[in-house]
Design a protein. Structure first.
Length: 85
């Protein structure tokens, strides 16, 4: 791998995004940023943990309804779908 490609990969991060309740088909640029991660694996693990917590009957977070949490996605920070449309 060329050094410049390695540097580009090192700068890329991952975002865990959550849609606005009821607007799961909105462009990703309108979704809420939950957290940032260094790797796709870290993001996926955090997403799974968040979904597990949201499925708990005692979950009460009006900012993060269960449906929105279940629709969440891990997206690379350089994903072109994040550009404002």
């Amino acid at each position: 791998m060329k050094p410049r490609h390695a540097a580009a990969l090192a700068l890329m991060g991952w975002y865990l995004l959550i849609p606005t309740p009821g607007h799961y088909d909105a462009p990703l640029s309108y979704w809420g940023h939950y957290d940032s991660y260094d790797t796709a694996k870290e993001c996926s693990e955090a997403q799974l943990e968040l979904v597990k917590r949201a499925e708990n009957p005692n979950w009460k977070d009006p900012r993060l309804p269960v449906g929105s949490v279940k629709a969440s996605e891990c997206i690379a920070s350089d994903d072109p779908r994040l550009k404002q449309q």
